[in-house]
Design a binder for this molecule. Structure first.
Ligand code: CMC
Length: 427
């Protein structure tokens, strides 16, 4: 590949540098393009635009590859733990045994919330969606932890990152407890990150809560699968919010808001609702036909991806995990059979083959989370919990990047040109 790209616009030709990453497509550096030509580039949805340089996560969508700091997601899901992946994303390397112990200790010691935050919860309607509560509570953390909001101080950034990762399970579990009218359960430092979350969610003060190891492992793996995913919509939202110098708690609240949408994190909730609505394998063809019908807005939820044009490697692990959880809990939800048959039928259908639509991470995650006992409204909250490490790692990377500027896209304006104001009496 040449190291410059020649772009001709009218009678002007400009040379734009071509930059290469470690792997993946080269990028044409168009930072000076407007100054040189007076024209903007146009790319709504960022389908051809790299918004930043990053060392965290690499996706090859055609091959179905996802790497965190160079490690394949399948290897991490099989051999690692969520705490280890958090350390890896934040620090760039897998921890030694001592480093992992220290990191785990630090996160465990930050899991409690300021007690006044419990009062904050009581301001929400009882039937509030957990994501509505999470947007509010995470944003409110900045009012409680002023000592970690100076973003220019790397130490404060690290404390804020640890706080966010540590408190997210407590916040999500409290959102659930509030919605079912049960008392909040405080964290228990003897338990693992994931075991603690299960106990805070499903435990009650009247009884001892026993963490089922297979469920703890499955949920930990689900957290690993959701930990980071390159410059997706919510991560880009966190970066854009952070580019103005906003504090990390506010930035993560912005990421949570973006994640909530059904085209992004909300798809796991939508996918399970769809599978339940289909209900029986005989009804699958009807839904496939609807998904293919241009006049019907219905889409197969949990299918298709902006980047993966192959099987999402996270979906492979998810499908395996469904069986493990079903075996451990001795459940057999017919919805799994519907999911398997729907996948098979879609993968053999020309429409899905031609458009390269494969199951994504959300297709099977709802089936597992539902078997564990989470209501559908909690699914996206769990995604937010796990993605928090990716968000803070990307945010830290951005703040540390000397090339970082406030994000400020331009536009193709198609509204009225300048026109004289007409007084109301003359309109
Ligand atoms: N069912 C039926 N048709 C689909 C689907 C689907 N799930 N997804 C895409 N298509 C079609 C779409 O109609 C379009 O057809 P045409 O070219 O004829 O207009 C073509 O495939 C390309 O779709 P697109 O909307 O232009 O692609 P996109 O990259 O903008 O959208 C997506 C990606 C994930 C938003 C989309 O595939 C979708 O809506 N999927 C369902 C929701 C979902 O599962 N989201 C979770 C994404 S993974 C988790 C995450 O990263 O948050």
């Amino acid at each position: 590949m040449t190291d410059t790209a020649k772009i001709t616009l009218g009678d002007k030709t400009v040379d734009s540098p071509v930059l290469s990453g470690t792997v993946g497509p080269d990028v044409v550096d168009i930072r000076k393009f407007y100054a040189q030509t007076g024209a903007f580039t146009y790319d709504p949805g960022f389908t051809s635009t790299a918004s930043c340089e990053s060392k965290l996560t690499y996706i090859d969508g055609d091959e179905g590859v996802l790497l965190h700091r160079g490690y394949a997601i399948g290897d991490l899901a099989e051999h690692s733990s969520f705490m280890e992946v958090c350390y890896l994303l934040l620090n760039g390397e897998l921890p030694t045994a001592d480093e992992l112990k220290t990191f785990d200790y630090t996160i465990t010691r930050h899991t409690m919330l300021h007690e006044q935050l419990a009062t904050f919860y009581r301001g929400f309607r009882r039937d509030a969606h957990p994501m509505a509560i999470m947007c509010g509570v995470v944003g409110a953390l900045s009012a409680f932890y002023h000592d970690s909001t100076d973003i220019q101080d790397p130490h404060q950034r690290m404390i804020a990152s640890h706080r966010l990762i540590a408190k997210m399970p407590t916040i999500a579990a409290m959102a659930y407890k509030y919605s079912v009218g049960q008392p909040f359960i405080y964290p228990d430092n003897k338990l693992s990150y994931t075991g603690n979350f299960l106990r805070m969610t499903f435990g009650v003060p009247a009884e001892e809560y026993e963490v089922v190891p297979a469920v703890e492992r499955a949920l930990d793996r689900i957290f690993i699968l959701h930990a980071d995913h390159e410059q997706n919509a919510s991560t880009s939202t966190v970066r854009l919010a952070g580019s103005s110098g906003a504090n990390p708690f506010a930035c993560i609240a912005a990421g949570i808001a973006c994640l909530w949408g059904p085209a992004h994190g909300g798809a796991n909730e939508a996918a399970l609702n769809m599978l339940r609505e289909i209900g029986r394998p005989e009804r699958i063809p009807e839904y496939i036909a609807r998904a293919k019908d241009k006049d019907d807005p219905f889409r197969l939820m949990g299918f298709g991806h902006r980047v993966y044009k192959n099987y999402d490697p996270r979906a492979t692990v998810m499908q395996k995990t469904v069986r493990e959880v079903f075996d451990a809990l001795k459940v057999n939800d017919p919805v799994f059979e519907v999911a398997l048959q729907l996948e098979e039928m879609a993968l053999n259908d020309d429409y899905f083959v031609e458009k390269k639509l494969f199951p994504n991470v959300d297709f099977y995650s709802g089936v597992i989370l539902s078997a564990i006992g989470f209501p559908t409204t909690m699914f996206t909250a769990l995604f937010a919990l796990a993605r928090t490490v990716g968000w803070v790692a990307q945010w830290n990377e951005m703040i540390s990047d000397p090339a970082q500027k406030i994000g400020r896209p331009r536009q193709l304006y198609t509204g009225p040109a300048h026109r004289p104001y007409v007084p109301v009496s003359q309109r």
